[in-house]
Design a protein around this ligand. Sequence first.
Ligand SMILES: [Zn+2]
Ligand SMILES: [Zn+2]
Length: 276
Amino acid sequence: MKRPESKELDILFASVEELRQAETALKELKKKIAKNAHGLSDISDTKTRISAGVYSYWYAPEVNAKDIAFGVTGQLQPYTLLKLAGPISVGIPCDRCNKDLPIRSRAQMKSTMDKVRGGYAWAEGYRVVCLPCEEAIHEERFREYELERAKQRVREYELKGMPYRQYLATADWQETRCTYLANYVHWTHALECETCNADASLGVYHKTPDGIGKSYDLVLLCITCRDALVVAGKLAGEPSELNLVPKTVARQVLQAHRDRIGQFDDSPHEGAITNG
Ligand SMILES: [Zn+2]
Ligand SMILES: [Zn+2]
């Protein structure tokens, strides 16, 4: 293609040419910096050579760590340089123990700065923590979890020892029933008898004595199907009105599900439960 005659085009191409030259100069400069970093090896005094390398590592991030490492240790692998370079303190304290956070590499420096700017990433309300504190936090979490598990096991034992009717009157049962309904709705998008799909007078029942006090071995049934299973001896405990799901609870569970999936349309189930 022939270049059109134009003063404006000449001006544009003059600046493009300038940019090309600057880019070439930049490449040359980077090569020169690498060469000069390798040149640190000319410092015969070992101590001075190491401090020169460490200083460049922290105060001239433009210089590749590999090139500094080569100049100081003769190896491109910066492992030894990093060992010599750190840890340093940059005046950022650990949010948990308030001791200075030791910084061991440029990468860690960057991630620490990002975390400090990023806010309270730890559930315990910390932005940055030192390694010993990080380990301590995980240990604390684990101990708390174990304690919670132990409490839960004791409670399950207590609940299992109760007469069925007394168990059904506990807040534990109400919560278990609610969780079961929420999971059920999550998978089926409806609250219906698991046997005949009726959606009125529903209750949650125990299939085996093992499930009593726990959250498994449950089944959602209408009264007709429940009575049939009672006669067949396929339900544990003596079912009562305490197994039934109050309409308000059913509505709340369905509403929570709809809110979660972002559907606000009138599904036929809600009307049916209201009438149930
Ligand atoms: Zn700490
Ligand atoms: Zn049924």
